[in-house]
Each structure stands twice: as structure tokens, then as C-alpha cells.
Design a protein around this ligand. Sequence first.
Ligand code: GUN
Length: 291
Amino acid sequence: MSEIIDGNAVAKSIHQELTAELASLKYDRPPCVAFIRVGEDPASVSYVKKKEKVAGEIGITSRLHILPESTPQDELNALIDSLNADDSVDAVLIQAPLPKQLNERDTFNRVRADKDVDGFSNANLGFLCQEDSRAFVACTPAGIIELLKRSNVETKGKKAVVIGRSLIVGKPMALLLMQKGMDATVTVCHSRSENMKEICSQADILIVAVGRPNTVSADMVKDGACVIDVGINRVPSSETKSGYRLVGDVDFANVAPKCSKITPVPGGVGPMTVAMLMKNTVSAYKRHMAK
Ligand code: GUN
């Protein structure tokens, strides 16, 4: 019988820990995170709304900057520069994906490293590579590490396979799993990989971050593996008011019976991304206030 890892419950524990920590701090203002959303992508609208809501519940103030879809790079840069320079802002988050005219890499690199709570800048990715404790680690992979630890999943010496090589999930995920202390043997697969089925079926821990439903079927999973599904895909549904439902990248119904543990979608990795953003924001705040 596989265990369903309850991301909502773990995220809630982290929210409670952060609320208690903030209550114990005696600084003269609460933490402040600035969100930038460019355009009206429905998923981004919903993610940013959720982040604002959770921040408020924990006692973190937030500012939302909504820019039009057609915003040129220099206008976005000017906003980032002003938030970088603003002493009342501890953390800056630019919701991805950005419209085509904007360069995501340059945009992420422009955020001051000590406010880059997404961990997407070259500075923070460099710190992560060097296993430097100053790193802000990207929230989704950081959340997955937290889920593995709190669910007592052994990683030391185990075979971990990450499907996906994105900056937001795949790359930092692989770095975290191979770090000292986690000690996994890591393989990264992507759209050009050959023998995916053979590689995946050797994994003790399989992390799937592709963004396509049913990428992982039961024949790709070893008996007793721990499967972490990062996908959040909207598929049409006549049974919901919104007209869609959320599914992951894994064929959950057929894969779950083979696993020791598996994350559901929704309610697995998603809430952990938000929880780790809050954790990073509290860390940025404490560093700023201590200066
Ligand atoms: N888009 C998908 N995931 C993320 C995330 O963790 N941070 C930001 N800023 N954008 C995202």
C-alpha cells in the first residue's frame, strides 16, 4: 500500500513554524515581499494570489505590481531596480513565465541576490553549486527536499532520477539531491534522453518535472519507489465549474499502487513551493534587519 505524501499538511506545519518565529522577533516592521506579475496568464494570476494570501496569514506584508503583457524590458528593469533599492522591501519575486519580449535570464539576474527569494539569479545558483549557506534555493526543489526529509525518505546512496532540466526545477533539484548530506546518485533525463523507461525504472526516487500529463506510466516505475510529481497541468473537464481540472505529470491511478510513497496533484508539491517562498522571505527579512 503506497503512502500519499500530504503536501498541504507539511506546508501547514511550515506556515505555523514561521508564524511562531515571526511572533518571537522584535523588529519594528513585519517582512515585506514584492510580487511582479507581467500579463494575465491565468495560472500565474492564481499562483500569485495564493502566495499573497499565505503571506498575509503568516504575517508577511506583500505588494503586487501588475504590468501589462506588452511591458518592455527597460520598464521591468526600472521596477526591479527600484525594489532592489527600497529598504522597506526584503524580497522580490517575478512570476514566471514572462512574455516573449522579456529575457527571463537577464530579468532574474537583475534581482539583488539578497532579495532573490526565488533563487533563480546567477549569484544564488552559484552559491547553491558551491554549497554556500548564503544561497536562496529555488522554492519548488527546496520544497521537495523538505517533503523527502519530513516523510523520512532515505536519499543517501540511493538512485534519484530527475526528469526535466529547467532552471526552476530540474537543475537545482539535481544539485540539491547530490549535495553532501543528501548524498543521492543523480541522473537527469530530458526530452532528448534515450532509454528513458530503462533509466526511470532503476530509480529509488523519481522526480518528474516535465509539464505534460501521463509522462510517467506504471511500467517506468520500480516497485517500492518514491515518486514526486511536480507537474500542474490543466486538462478540460465537464465536471468542474472552472471547466478544467488539475493533473500531474504522472499517471497517478496506475503508478500509485507500485510506489512506497507518492505525491498527489493537487496537494503535493504545489503547497510546498509556497511554503518555501515564505521561508526564504523570512530568511531575507532576518538578514536585512540584522544588518
Ligand atoms: N513559475 C513556476 N514556478 C515558479 C516559481 O517557483 N517562482 C516563480 N517566480 N515563477 C514560477
